[in-house]
Unconditional design. Structure first.
Ligand code: ZN
Length: 329
């Protein structure tokens, strides 16, 4: 029954998203089933070639030139569980390659292209760390991830002829976030439905509890103009939600505080939360994990388990982009 509901939901998603499919599925615009037998990606414009190396800034500040495939194996291994579906791992490999190429064009780190900080660029695990972390599963896990990277060799997402800002996150609360709610808006990073639920995602629901005075002091440090002179029951004002259902802002002590700032101040796992007060304690009940922009990793895994291939997954989470297959020379 649950599986039928999921399949019905996925079919509904596909009917809602005709505009995002033609870019990689030129012959598959009419029925959902065709999206699972997608054509190969479009060839890149003549002369285009994906970078074979990446300039990686190491935690000690040094810069290392690495083979792109070896770098991507370390990124996918660090960013996504190896046990995820093969098509989800492929989608992650393409997103990671795209992001590295995007950073190279953005000159984000001077002489280096990307760093290993997941809060800045994307995580990366060296082979020695993977051997330690995976133990007896090392060979099996590495083979799964290497297969995903090699199967998508050279492929990246393009918009307007350039690699896109391929943001991704762990899990969403029903829909992804519009990029404009977190960073600068991008036409290919808009809110789209995402099917993962608490059944697929560990710690999908979480909560943060904060004593009344700690709550007050944390906000006053950031916003001294807040007025907390009355009873705590009256401190929470209007909650504004954006199109994805996440918190755009909450009025607290008469001051409008953005959801992204509250996430940071109170270490919330996402901005998909409710805030309540009782018995001297403020409670944030939070759904999902991450900024919510771009591909949801658990959403990608859920779609892959339902039969979507990585091209359809990428087209869903990055609508309007083109999957480019660049030549390797
Ligand atoms: Zn970085």
């Amino acid at each position: 029954m649950l599986k039928m509901l999921l399949l019905a939901y996925l079919a509904l998603l596909l009917t809602m998203l005709p505009a995002c499919l033609p870019h990689i599925l030129p012959a598959a615009e009419t029925t959902p089933t065709q999206t699972e037998s997608a054509e190969r990606p479009l060839p890149a414009p003549a002369g285009t070639r994906a970078a074979q190396t990446v300039l990686l800034r190491l935690p000690d500040g040094g810069v290392c030139e690495m083979d792109m495939q070896e770098y991507l194996i370390g990124v996918v291994a660090a960013e996504m569980p190896a046990a995820f579906e093969p098509q989800a791992l492929r989608a992650q490999a393409v997103a990671a390659r795209t992001y590295a190429l995007y950073c190279g064009e953005a000159h984000k780190h001077g002489t280096a292209q990307v760093c290993t900080d997941p809060g800045c660029c994307q995580a990366y695990s060296a082979d020695s760390a993977l051997r330690t972390n995976w133990g007896a599963a090392y060979e099996t896990n590495l083979a799964r991830i290497r297969a995903a990277v090699e199967a998508t060799d050279g492929e990246y997402l393009s918009y307007g002829g350039a690699p896109v800002f391929a943001a991704f996150h762990s899990s969403s609360a029903g829909a992804t976030e519009d990029c404009g709610a977190v960073w600068n808006a991008r036409p290919y990073l808009i809110s789209v439905p995402s099917p993962e639920t608490a059944e697929q995602v560990p710690n999908y629901q979480s909560s943060v509890r904060c004593w009344r005075l700690d709550f007050r002091d944390t906000l006053l440090r950031a916003h001294p103009e807040c007025d907390f002179s009355g009873e705590a029951e009256g401190w929470i004002g209007e909650t504004e939600r954006d199109g994805s259902g996440r918190v755009a802002a909450v009025t607290l002590g008469g001051v409008r505080v953005r959801g992204t700032e509250l996430r940071q101040l109170f270490a919330l796992r996402s901005t998909a939360f409710t805030l309540s007060y009782a018995g001297g304690i403020f409670t944030f009940n939070v759904t999902g994990f991450g900024h919510g922009v771009g591909m949801s990793q658990y959403g990608a895994n859920t779609l892959a388990a339902a039969g979507w291939d990585y091209r359809a997954i990428l087209a869903h989470y990055y609508p309007g982009t083109t999957l480019v297959a660049a030549r390797q020379e």
